[in-house]
Design a protein around this ligand. Structure first.
Ligand SMILES: [Zn+2]
Length: 436
C-alpha cells in the first residue's frame, strides 16, 4: 500500500508544480521531481526501454522502476525523501554516533522554532528564520565550545498547520557527558530571541527545546517523520508536505495551495546539513558515504524484468494525466507474475488517458483564447468569424499533437498518420468558456 501512496504523492506534486508553472511561468527549485522515476538514468545503456524489476518478498511481490533517474529532492519528492531519510538514518547510526562515542562525546537534540502565522509571506518568514539561525550560530560559538561540542547534524522540517508553515530546525548537537544542558537551554533561548528580533521574528519560551543524550532516539533527525508523518503531535494540526499531497490528490484545493506556498518558501534549503562536522571527525559526509554491500545483498535479485518502450512510460506517467500513472503501472507489475501481460495492458490504458487529458488541455487553451478575443463589443457575425477561426486553429493543434505523439510512441511507423476528421473533438465557445 505504501508503494502506491508514494507514487500518488509524487504524481500529485508533479501536477501541482506543472499547474503552478502553467499559471505563473515560475519554476520552483526541485521541479526535477516531474521527471523522477520517469526519465531514464543519465548513464543508461538502454535509453529507449523502460524496465520494471519485480521481486519476491515475504509479504508478496514488489515492483520498482529500474534504470531510471531520481530527482533527489528530500523536501518535495515522496520517493527520494524516503530513500534519503533511510540513508541519513543509517549514516547517523553507523558512522556518526560510533565516531563521537570513540571520542568520548554524546549527542543532544536541540529544536528551534519561531512564532509564525498563516497570513504572512512564507518565503520571507523562511528567509528571516535562516538569517536568525546564522546570527545565532555566530553568537553561540563560545557556549558550544564550553560544553565540548564540535558541531551538529542539522535537519529541517516543514509541516503546515492552521497557523501556516511551521519550519523547525533539529540539531543533533555533540557535547561532553555531564555538561549542564539546562543552563545551555537558557543561554540559547536568550540568544535565539535576540537573533529572531534582528530579523523581525520572535518566539515564546518554547522556541528552544533541548533533549539530553538518552532522552530521545538519535536517529530522530533523519527519521521518516517528514516522509510518512508518523509523528504523534496529537494536539497540533500540523501536516507534512506529503500529507498535504494526499489531501490534494483527493481534491482538497486548499491543501494543494498550501503545498505550493510551502514548496516556494523552502526552495533551495537543505533538508539535512552536517556543515564541517564530517571533516572535523574525519568521517565521510552523508553524500559521499555508501552503505556496505551487506544491504544490497539483502535485496533479492529480480524475479522478472518487465520491459516496454520508454516513450510509452513517459506518456503514461505524464503529470497531465489526472491519475497517477506510475502507481497503476507498478501495481499491475506486482500482478505480472500471476497474470502475464498486466503491465503492457495497463501502460497502454494509461497512455490513452494521458492523450485524452492532453487534448482536453489544448481545447481549454483555445477556448481561453477565444474567450479573451470575444471580450470587446462586436457584432454576432464578427463573433462567429472569430469562433470559426479559433475552432480551426484548435483542430489543427490537436491533429498536430496526435501526429507528434504517435511518432514519438511508434517511431518505426511514422510517415503519415491517418487522422479522421470524425475523431476531431470540437470546442464550443458557449459551453467551454467557463473554466472555474
Ligand atoms: Zn525524486
Amino acid at each position: 500500500m505504501k508503494f502506491n501512496a508514494t507514487s500518488i504523492q509524487q504524481h500529485q506534486a508533479a501536477r501541482l508544480l506543472t499547474n503552478h508553472y502553467r499559471l505563473t511561468r515560475e519554476n520552483i527549485l526541485g521541479d526535477g521531481l516531474k521527471l523522477c522515476r520517469r526519465a531514464k538514468a543519465h548513464n543508461s545503456s538502454n535509453p529507449k526501454t523502460a524496465y520494471i524489476a519485480v521481486q519476491q518478498h515475504q509479504d508478496g511481490y514488489m515492483a520498482k522502476m529500474h534504470d531510471v533517474a531520481h530527482c533527489g529532492n528530500a523536501h518535495l519528492c515522496a520517493f527520494c525523501a524516503g530513500v534519503k531519510a533511510a540513508h541519513m538514518r543509517d549514516w547517523v547510526s553507523q558512522v556518526f554516533l560510533p565516531e563521537i562515542k570513540k571520542r568520548g562525546l554524546v549527542a543532544g537534540l536541540l529544536t528551534l522554532t519561531a512564532h509564525h502565522q498563516r497570513e504572512s509571506d512564507w518565503s520571507a518568514f523562511v528567509k528571516n528564520l535562516y538569517g536568525a539561525l546564522e546570527a545565532l550560530g555566530k553568537t553561540m560559538q563560545r557556549d558550544l565550545k564550553a560544553i565540548g561540542s564540535i558541531g551538529r547534524v542539522r535537519g529541517m522540517e516543514s509541516p503546515v498547520g492552521s497557523n501556516g508553515l511551521h519550519i523547525h530546525i533539529h540539531d543533533l548537537l555533540t557535547y561532553k557527558p555531564g555538561a549542564d544542558i539546562e543552563a545551555l537551554r537558557k543561554v540559547i533561548l536568550t540568544k535565539w530571541k535576540a537573533a529572531l528580533r534582528k530579523f523581525g521574528l520572535h518566539c515564546s519560551k518554547r522556541g528552544v527545546d533541548i533533549k539530553a543524550d538518552g532522552a530521545f532516539d538519535p536517529r530522530y533527525v533523519a527519521k521518516e517523520v517528514a516522509a510518512h508523518g508518523t509523528k504523534n503531535e496529537s494536539k497540533s494540526d500540523l501536516e507534512t508536505l506529503f500529507q498535504l499531497l494526499d489531501k490534494s490528490a483527493r481534491g482538497n484545493k486548499q491543501a494543494g495551495r498550501d503545498w505550493i506556498r510551502a514548496a516556494r518558501a523552502i526552495q533551495g534549503r537543505d533538508r539535512w546539513n552536517v556543515g564541517r562536522l564530517a571533516i572535523k571527525l574525519g568521517i565521510p559526509c552523508p553524500s559521499d558515504w555508501k552503505k556496505s554491500d551487506v544491504v544490497s545483498t539483502a535485496d533479492p535479485a529480480p524475479l522478472q524484468l518487465i520491459e516496454y518502450p520508454q516513450s510509452h512510460h513517459m506518456i503514461a506517467t505524464s503529470p497531465n494525466n489526472e491519475r497517477a500513472g506510475l502507481a497503476f503501472i507498478l501495481r499491475s507489475a506486482r500482478n505480472e507474475p500471476l497474470r502475464p501481460g498486466s503491465v503492457l495492458r495497463m501502460v497502454s490504458r494509461v497512455c490513452d488517458e494521458t492523450i485524452k487529458a492532453d487534448i482536453e488541455l489544448i481545447k481549454q487553451k483555445h477556448a481561453h483564447k477565444l474567450a479573451n478575443s470575444l471580450r470587446g463589443s462586436m457584432t454576432a457575425d464578427e463573433r462567429n468569424k472569430l469562433a470559426g477561426k479559433q475552432f480551426s486553429h484548435c483542430t489543427f493543434a490537436i491533429a498536430e499533437y496526435r501526429a507528434t505523439t504517435y511518432g514519438y510512441m511508434y517511431p518505426a511507423q511514422t510517415s503519415s498518420v491517418p487522422v479522421s476528421p470524425a475523431f476531431m473533438p470540437t470546442i464550443s465557445p458557449n459551453l467551454e468558456l467557463d473554466f472555474a
